[in-house]
Design a protein around this ligand. Sequence first.
Ligand code: PHE
Length: 540
Amino acid sequence: MPVTRRSFLTSLGAIGGAGALYGAMGTLGLAPAASAATPAFRRPSPSDFALSGRSAASVVVLGGGIAGMTTAYELGRAGYDVTILEARQRPGGRNWTVRSGTTETDLAGETQRSGLGPGQYLNAGPARLPQHHVTLDYCRELGVAIEPFVNQNADAYVHYTTDATGEAPGATAASGRTVRQRTAKADTYGYVSELLSKATDRGALDDLLSAPDKEALLDFLTGFGDLGSAVDGDPLAYTGSGRRGYAVEPGAGLVEGTTDAPFSRSDVLRAGLGRSIPFELGWDQAMMMFQPVGGMDRIAYAFEQAVGVQKFRYGATVTGITTLPAGVEVAYTDAGGAARVARADYAVCTLPPHIAARIPSNLGAEVTASLAHAVPVSTGKIGLEYDRRWWELEDRTYGGITNTDLDLSTIWYPSSGFHGERGVVVGYYNFGGNADSYADVRHRVRLERALAGGTAVHGPKYAQGVTSSFSVAWRDVAHSEGGWVSWPDQTGPEYRRLLEPTGNVHFAGDHLSHAIAWQHGAIVSARAAVTALHERVMSA
Ligand code: PHE
C-alpha cells in the first residue's frame, strides 16, 4: 500500500468510526446476577458478570488474548471445564509489553532482543485505557494497579509540514515548525472565535440567532478565544494570549511576562494548526486515561492467574476446527510440534478473523468467507530508550503525545517514571500506509528513520543518548498479522454471521464489537459469546 493520505485516513476512519458509533454502552450486567457458590458479600462492580446457574460442560477457547481469557475467566467462574489453546508462550495476544530480554522473531525472519534497562518497558500493543472502558473494572477486580496515562498535554507539540489539506507542502510561518499544543490551540480557538464573532456581530447569522442568542454567543466566544485583549484594540480581534505560552514567563515583582505575537490568521488556517484537536475530543481518547502500573501486560498476567495457568496450553497452534453433532474437535500442534486434538462440548474462537479464515474447518464456506471479509489494519511502534529524560529536563514535557504529519505520525513521552534516570519514548505510533512503510524495512532502518523524523521535531538531542530500541510492526507479528481489523461494514451478512455460533463453535474478539482496537471490545464481545453459550447450555 503506498503511503497516501487516503490510506492513512481510511485506517484511522475505520477505527474512529468504531469509536464514534460506540456511544451507547452501559449494558454491563448482561445476564441475571446470581451465582451457584455463596461468596461473601462484596459490593457489586460493573465487571461482575455472574451467570445464573452452573454447568460442568467443557469449552476449548482458541486464543489466549484478552477475549479468550475473559471467556475462560467468566465460564470458569460458572463451573465450566475450560482449556485455552494459545500459540504464543505467553498470555495476552496483542496486549504485549516489551521489557529487558524480550525476544521476538517477526514473519520477515528478523529477530530483535530488547536491551531495555531494569523497569523500562514499551507497551507494543494497547497502551491507554479510557475511564468508561470495562477493562478498568477488570483491573479493579483482578488487582491490577493503574495510574494516569497522559493522552493530552498542552506542553507537547504539533509539527506539520504539509498544508491544512495534507496534500501540499505547507508554506506558512507555522509550517515545518515544532509548536506547543497550547499555542496551536490558543491561535486556532482565537481566530475561529474572532471570525464567528465578527460574522455574528455583522448580522451574517441573523437568520439563525435571536438578539439574546447573539449576545450569549459573543460573550462565550470572547472567553473561548481570549478576544479583545489588545488595549484600545478591536474587541472582537484575537491578538494573542498568555494561553499560547510566554517568551518571558510571569515572575517575581514587576515581571508580568511577555507573549510572542500569534501566527497570522491565514497561517494558522492554512497550516492546519488545529488539525489534531478533534482527536482528543473523541469518545475513547479524551482525558482522563489510564495505564496499568508497570506495563499493560499486568492485565494479561492477572487474567492468566485468575483463570489458572494450568488451563493454558502454550505453543499450541490451531490447525483444524471440526464441529460435531455433539461437541467439537480442535486440532493443533503443540509446543514440541506434535499433532494433537482437543475435544470439548463447545469452542469459542477468538483468533484474528483473517487467521481463522485460513484454518481448515467444517464450518462452511460462508463462515470462512465471513472471517476473510475482515481487513487487517497495519500499525507499528518503536520504543527508544534514552539515558536521560531530555523531554522533561529541556522541554518540560511530562508525558503526552506530539502530533505530526511526518510518517512517524506521533511521538509519545512516558507517563510514568517522572524525574527518573532513563525513559522510553515511543518514537512512532502510526497506522495504515505509514505503518506499512516502516514494516517494509528492518529494525535498523526503522530506527534511523525514527531518529531522523524525531530530530526534525526536537532537534539534534533526539538522536543522542539512545541506549536501546525495539520496534514492532503488527502486520508482521506471528499469530496477529495486523494491529486490528476494519470491516467493509458492520451491518452486513458477513459480520452478522460471526455473531451467531456455527454448530458448537462461537466467535469472540474485539473484531466482533464496536470497540475495535480496544481491549474493551474484546471483553464485551467475549461476554456476549459467554452469555449466548451459557443460555444455550442452560436451556439444553
Ligand atoms: N485503541 C488504539 C489507540 O488508542 C487504536 C485506536 C486509535 C482506536 C484511535 C480508536 C481511535 O491507539
